[in-house]
Ligand binder design. Structure first.
Ligand code: PMP
Length: 303
């Protein structure tokens, strides 16, 4: 996760000096917000995938958290992301904006001081290159996804992710690659950091938005599947529907489009990447590399 510089409050800080104090409120109580964005190498240089939508969600997360005034405009954040990528000389990279609070330490956010940082690093496939090709093994986690009125599923609030950390860590310790989380009613919600799709008898399904993070990759996947001639049905999905699916795949900025070959030791379909996931991956990677019909609309090229 190394880079030369991390952007903090308008300054480019050398990597080793980009630190916070022990009494940073966000560390103790989890009030902060973050984003996860990717830039890809294209023929025209680095291109950031759906930057506008990610920055809108970043500012939206702060609004859900209750920050009265975000310290930067979307245009200023965009310029900062471009600058950070340029100064580090990256082509393909992951981009991590973070809103955090320090100063007066306690539960009253209004007494603390907001800061924004932007880190970048070169990053491979989150669930592994083999996972992209052969699919991954997921477990249905015993940890429940947040109730929608507990920590707000639409916002990437730092403290919310303790729930994902519990699920992901246990899944890895148990020998799986990722955790699928059910909502408090028992319907399939999402993974620890990805949205989920299934295919059954030629129809693609995904859980409705109410209880999940509105993934930007999820939105892109719905559009790309439409371009491929598939319509996507958004409806509540049960655990056994996952077991009966012909294909399951996960998507997210980090995981991109990753097929699921097995869930709870039950092979999904024939236990290999299916044709819908393969066609979608091909179109997705073509798009992010600047070679797709949607590339012009979705890519922000770093000058
Ligand atoms: N769900 C959760 C809980 C996530 O953390 C993420 C990653 N941001 C996603 C879904 C996928 O969202 P996106 O495609 O916008 O990265």
């Amino acid at each position: 996760m190394k880079s030369d510089y991390i952007w903090i409050d308008g300054q480019l800080i050398p990597y080793a000096e980009a630190t916070v104090h022990m009494l940073t409120g966000t560390l103790h109580y989890g009030y902060g917000a973050f984003e996860g964005i990717r830039a890809y190498a294209t023929e025209r240089g680095a291109a950031i995938f759906r930057l506008r939508e990610h920055l809108e969600r970043f500012i939206g997360s702060a609004r859900v958290l209750g920050l009265v005034e975000f310290p930067y405009t979307q245009d200023e954040l965009r310029a900062a992301v471009h600058q950070t990528i340029r100064v580090n000389g990256f082509q393909g990279c992951y981009i991590r904006p973070l809103l955090y609070f320090d100063g007066a330490m306690g539960l009253n956010m209004d007494a603390a001081t907001p800061h924004v940082s932007i880190a970048t690093w070169e990053w491979g496939a989150y669930l592994g290159d083999e996972g992209l090709e052969k699919g991954v093994h997921m477990m249905v986690s015993s940890f429940t996804r947040h109730h929608i009125n507990v920590t707000m599923t639409k916002a990437k609030i730092t403290g919310n992710y303790a729930n994902s950390v519990l699920a992901k860590t246990l899944a890895l310790r148990a020998g799986y690659d990722e955790a699928i989380m059910l909502d408090p009613e028992g319907y399939v919600a999402e993974c620890s950091g990805e949205n989920l799709f299934l295919v059954r008898k030629g129809v693609v399904y995904t859980p409705p938005r109410a209880t999940i993070l509105e993934g930007i990759t999820r939105d892109s996947v719905i559009t790309l599947l439409g371009d491929l001639g598939y319509s996507v049905v958004e409806e509540p999905i049960s655990r056994d529907q996952l077991y009966l699916a012909d294909e399951v795949f996960a998507c997210g900025t980090a995981a991109e489009v990753t097929p699921v070959r097995m869930i709870d030791h039950r092979p999904v379909g024939d236990g290999r990447r299916g044709p819908v996931a393969k066609a979608l991956q091909d179109l997705f990677f073509q798009t992010v590399r600047g070679e797709g019909q949607r590339s012009a609309e979705w890519l922000d090229y770093v000058a």
